[in-house]
Design a protein around this ligand. Sequence first.
Ligand code: FRU
Length: 494
Amino acid sequence: SLFQEKYRPQIHFSPAEHWMNDPNGMVYYEGEYHLLYQHYPEKSVWGPMHWGHAVSKDLVHWEHLPIALYPDSLGYIFSGSAVVDWNNTSGFGTKENPPLVAFFTYHNPDIEQAKEIEVESQAIAYSTDKGRTWTKYDKNPVIKNPGIRDFRDPKVIWHEASKRWIVALASGQEIRFYSSPDCKDWTYLSNFGKGYGCHDGVWECPDLIPLKVKGSDETKWVLIVNINPGGPAGGSATQYFVGDFDGKTFTSNQKKTFWMDHGRDNYAGVTWSDAPDGRQILIGWMNNWQYAGDKPCVKWSGAATLPRELGLVKDGPVYLLTSEPVKEISTLYGESVDLKDINVSKSEVLSDKFDFAKAPIELKLTFNQENNTRLGFASRYGVRLKNGKGEYITIGYENVDKLFYVDRTNAIGEVFSDKFASIHSTPYIVNTPTVEWTLLIDVASVEFFTAEGRIAITDVFYPSEPFDTIEVFTENGDIQITEAKITELHSIWK
Ligand code: FRU
């Protein structure tokens, strides 16, 4: 049946056929989460970009809809966003039936081939039928190219304090902000980026969101900036800046680089507009430009990450963005098993105690870190997923150098890119008595969340046969797992 091919994600969105990259145009309206995406419908490789389309009522189960936007004489349809224009500022709908307005980049291949600079400009389209059909504005583009080669990925928010639309736009290695009263007429405001964060690649797909600091009444603005290449694990990744936005200028006092995810496969993520209850929910492309075109899937290529709820914590003087899988994942829960007080002093197979070890599954493990200075405490510990072919992936904590890591060097059956096999890690000192790990494991990916959302590592893998054994391990000592809960997840396609 459909969506049962080898490597087909069972708890992640993927297109029925052919290529996808960035998620686009995420907006919530009338009970539906819209997910549009960079799509080439002819082949499973990148090509002239369209916006594919899907909707969900719960962020987990997706219904595929027809392509929303096709390329035209102005160019390919590159990444962007969508909003509900509640007050009909654009005049594209009525107050009773507010329009959805989409913002995208026209990428003109003819100008690109002529090696001229003004390849990219910003344009809009609207829908008055809950996103089922879209009409491009007849006076596009609405933001012309100002003489910058990479000028793309408009993310629009309604800024309540100034009662204007604000767009964040990737512009070379900076972000540009513009404002508009009506989605059509845009005024340049400011730039952000010089001297801040990582500049080892092109800045792409920004997002500007307010977030409340956990446990306080303080609200800060977070500027998400995707960058390719230059990521901590190689290739594409997402950095962020925490600061303030006064309606014109974004300022940040954190010049150093902070990464949202330390794996290699969470890129181009931005948030939903108008998600209920003030939630900030992000979804990314679970891939990396270093090898996205070489992946061993033929019928389709690419998938989205799980949607993640973003938060903000303050650790001393530092603000940190947190990510956790959305709670709606629980709608997929099937059978589960609870194991208590497991003492590990080399390795223990957990999966012989139940019969649903194959993906998709959720694993929650609580490690007792209390005695971690005691002689004999493991220098490294974690989980390994294995198959009968000797292939495996390791998710671990390195207790000497103090880092979380995912090692996928042995998690592929066939080498398809020399860039793929690698270990991805991030320093973190666990200073709580216990630490809880959440692993969401699909047929071809792991999403690892720990340290109460401060650490996320997302990585894809392609074993020649599914992993069917779950093992916990230590090196040079012991560790106690106070609780292990393994939960079967149902496929979203059934
Ligand atoms: C990011 C990106 C965007 C661009 C799109 C093109 O992955 O390069 O900057 O709009 O993909 O498909």
